[in-house]
Write a protein that binds this ligand. Structure first.
Ligand code: NAI
Ligand code: CS2
Length: 479
């Protein structure tokens, strides 16, 4: 028996569920990219808004690619469980905010209509870094991408996020509807700005008046979003059946921690974010730098070093003293490049991060974090290296983190086990690997000074000859 409106009453009493009338919910949010993260983060905040009695914040989820999440959620009337795991403690809460899920390739017009609906006030996105289709070396849109090229020539049936947003905004403008706010929730530096550039580039290709209207009317606030939400496994779904007495194919699992900081710039109605625990800030850069460089920088380094050494999960890496010391060394280096966010105690933040990484119940796979490294390394590790070198500071643990990503491109663990490098530009990376660190960096459009490159090259050699566990022990010992 599946979780659904009809079976909600059968849940055990300790499972929290919507206390509001779901039939009275209006769909104020269109979310592009309804993966695990949205369901465990923004949708929970919108569910809290509905619980508080503000019925404007139901979500229309959109999948830009496959029908998987729709097929999981629609038979459950959009209901799903967020399982929060903290060591041995576990809570389950049913979220009711998602009212509908659209599959864009099946019905692109329905997505445009949702963005252009009078009730819509926010478009939010979690489409992964690569979904923005940005040319990170030359700037602007990836014009060679077939979907981008398609949308640049016609928006009748868009394929990209930027294409849908432009088509939806054009319709709102033509119908004289209120402006809306577009919020990127992906782990990109200055995500609001990058999305805005992508949307403006797409709009300019079709209608310069529309582009200037978007430029002047629509806010694209930057955000820092944080909650560790590992991909759901069949075992997670199986274990939840025992807990609920019902099957939930759309469940997500997460840690207790949840943070959302949004740049205080909106061009339409918004929930009372402050009352919902969401921070509004005039400047996001300090927050996103701290998160990208400390949390995500360490995550990527752990993913490659741990992955090479045979750690399946993040908590295994930090369970070892040597792993923890490496992460602390990386944070010592990264910390000098931050602009401390107002009110954030960095030592306390670091201690909390280490505790979060150590949560064994999350089962956060190093392989999942290792995915799409070309889209992640620049903001997580390479910008940090560049900023330290610009101040004349040495890099050590950071250089090992970068070298581990380079070593990863060989597609083989230290024990000789082969794996597929999961990256949208895996072919170019494999080719560039033959040319060593400088060639790999140039594929990412990143330049580092000779000293940093030499340290990365030295660690790459150690990784090749001695493996990741031995390389970690060298941090702090090289000349
Ligand atoms: P997921 O794999 O569950 O969902 C990814 C979503 O992105 C899916 O809807 C998928 O269709 C879409 N997508 C993937 N490639 C795309 C492409 N080329 N074009 C358009 N859409 C594409 O992943 P999850 O966990 O939901 O994470 C998504 C993003 O959310 C991450 O990449 C990150 O930027 C952000 N995020 C995730 C966190 C997490 O812990 N899972 C925490 C903080 C941010
Ligand atoms: C992770 C992030 O998959 C990854 O690359 O580093 O998704 C991480 O879990 C989140 O940013 C935490 O907020």
């Amino acid at each position: 028996m599946r979780l659904s409106t009809r079976t909600l009453d059968q849940l055990p009493p300790d499972v929290a569920r919507p206390s509001y009338d779901r039939s009275a919910v209006r769909q104020g949010v269109v979310h592009l990219g309804i993966g695990a993260f949205h369901r465990a983060h923004q949708a929970v905040v919108f569910d809290d808004a509905l619980t508080s009695g503000d019925m404007r914040w139901g979500v229309t989820g959109v999948s830009l690619r496959s029908a998987g999440v729709r097929d999981q959620l629609v038979p459950q009337d959009g209901l799903y469980t967020v399982v929060v795991r903290d060591g041995t403690a576990e809570t389950a809460r049913i979220i009711g905010a998602v009212r509908d899920v659209l599959v864009a390739p099946e019905n692109p017009q329905a997505v445009i209509a949702a963005i252009a609906a009078p009730d819509t006030h926010l478009v939010t996105l979690t489409i992964t870094e690569k979904g923005y289709k940005l040319d990170r070396t030359a700037g602007g849109l990836l014009r060679d991408d077939p979907d981008v090229a398609h949308d640049l020539s016609s928006l009748d049936a868009p394929r990209t996020a930027a294409g849908f947003i432009v088509a939806g905004l054009a319709k709102r403008r033509a119908q004289g509807l209120s402006p809306i706010t577009v919020v990127s929730c992906d782990n990109l530096p200055d995500n609001g700005h990058l999305l805005r550039e992508a949307v403006l580039a797409m709009a300019s290709a079709h209608d310069t008046d529309l582009a200037s209207w978007i430029d002047q009317t629509i806010a694209f606030p930057a955000t820092m979003i944080d909650r560790i939400v590992p991909a759901t496994t069949p075992e997670d779904i199986g274990a939840l059946v025992d807990r609920l007495g019902l099957e939930d194919q759309a469940m997500v699992k997460a840690e207790p921690f949840l943070q959302w900081v949004i740049e205080d710039r909106f061009s339409g109605e918004r929930p009372d974010f402050e009352a919902l625990g969401v921070q509004l800030a005039s400047e996001i850069a300090p927050w996103e730098m701290a998160k990208l460089r400390l949390l995500n920088g360490a995550h990527s380094a752990i993913a490659y070093l741990g992955g090479l050494a045979g750690d399946q999960f993040v908590h295994e890496f930090v369970a070892r003293d040597t792993g923890r010391r490496f992460v602390e060394a990386l944070w010592d280096e990264a910390e000098t490049t931050l602009i401390p966010p107002p009110g954030l105690d960095i030592p306390a933040y670091r201690a909390k991060l280490m505790a979060r990484f150590s949560n064994p119940a999350l089962q956060h796979r190093t392989r999942q974090i290792a995915m799409d490294g070309s889209q992640k390394l620049p903001q997580r590790l390479l910008a940090t290296v560049r900023d330290r070198r610009a101040k004349g500071e040495e890099v050590d643990a950071l250089a090992l983190g970068v070298a581990a990503w380079m070593r990863w491109q060989a597609g083989k663990t230290d024990a000789g086990q082969a794996f597929l490098v999961d990256d949208p530009i895996a072919d170019s990376l494999a080719e560039a690997s033959k040319g060593g660190p400088a060639a790999l960096l140039s594929v990412l459009g990143v330049e580092l000074d000779e000293k940093a490159q030499a340290k990365i090259a030295e660690y790459l050699e150690i990784l090749e000859q001695e493996g990741a566990r031995a390389a970690i022990l060298r941090v702090g010992t090289l000349a």
